[in-house]
Unconditional design. Structure first.
Length: 297
């Protein structure tokens, strides 16, 4: 890339309560699936970086876990710490809420917002608004809650007004040369992405409580002639959860594996051989050493 003295590069944190569409926003801003999505809280557990590079700027987005006060264990404390730390390390903060919705869960996140850096309010899911005229009074209400640098209504799912959001962010990035190569979309490894894709299928294909008691380890990841061989393990808290994930005749686990493998092949651009086991490790979400080995904290 030719050096441009006016080139801008900066870090942008995407924060908000669970289920407001932060990961969908990241994926559609950079045009590639980096962060997993589901309708359940706690889908995003790690700080995940997505990079968008154009001729004038490099946007380094940081997707964070949804800040929450439910499921209060050591894992969630570490996830909340990831949110607060991410806010300290960036140039711009994007605070995402749902259109026409602002409650105490959002207010908890609002209290974390910095006053020494630009904060852009993103009102997501405007495609679900039946009466667009209700948006202006809502914007006026939000302007009284915090001194936002800008407010941008979008639909992350439908990719509405995402170019407007980028144009709003760009002037607030520091003048700096790019930190990533132009074809890099994330700083996360294929090994990490593989584990996340398995966890995404767990969230989507199992009942309400199961995902919160699970984590994924990649025990083997090798590449031979464009074939990736991946051996993974689903960690669960209870033996009953193991039985549910495996399913009758192993059908549920097979479905999880098949869907995860297809996504991996699409993202990695090659064939994947995937094997998944399920192991019980009671209390893992409160075990500091176990959490560290799983990449938390």
């Amino acid at each position: 890339m030719t050096a441009n003295l006016n080139y801008r590069t900066g870090f942008i944190a995407i924060i908000g309560r669970p289920n407001v569409g932060k990961s969908t926003l990241l994926n559609n801003l950079i045009g590639q699936k980096i962060s997993i999505t589901s309708k359940k809280a706690q889908t995003t557990r790690h700080r995940i970086t997505g990079v968008l590079t154009d001729d004038a700027s490099q946007f380094i987005f940081v997707d964070t876990p949804g800040f929450q006060n439910l499921h209060t264990n050591r894992l969630n404390s570490l996830m909340n710490r990831t949110v607060t730390q991410s806010i300290k390390d960036v140039d711009v903060v994007i605070f995402v809420i749902e259109s026409l919705h602002f409650d105490e869960r959002d207010r908890l996140v609002l209290k974390l917002l910095p006053t020494d850096r630009p904060v852009i309010l993103v009102i997501n899911k405007i495609d679900q608004l039946s009466e667009k005229s209700r948006l202006l009074p809502f914007l006026a209400k939000m302007a009284k809650e915090f001194t936002f640098t800008a407010m941008v209504p979008v639909s992350a799912q439908e990719k509405l007004q995402l170019p407007d959001l980028l144009s709003t962010i760009r002037p607030h990035l520091p003048v700096n040369q790019p930190l990533f190569e132009s074809d890099e979309a994330t700083d996360r490894s294929e090994r990490f992405i593989a584990a996340e894709l398995i966890r995404e299928k767990l969230f989507r294909l199992t009942g309400e409580e199961i995902p919160y008691s699970t984590s994924i380890t990649i025990d083997q990841f090798t590449t031979e002639n464009d074939l990736r061989k991946i051996h993974a393990c689903i960690i669960v808290d209870k033996s009953g959860h193991k039985a549910i994930i495996i399913g009758k005749g192993g059908e549920k686990l097979k479905m999880i594996g098949t869907q995860a493998r297809k996504d991996m092949e699409s993202i990695f651009g090659g064939k994947v051989y995937l094997e998944i086991w399920v192991k019980v490790k009671s209390g893992w979400a409160d075990d500091a050493q176990m959490l560290k080995s799983l990449g938390y904290g």
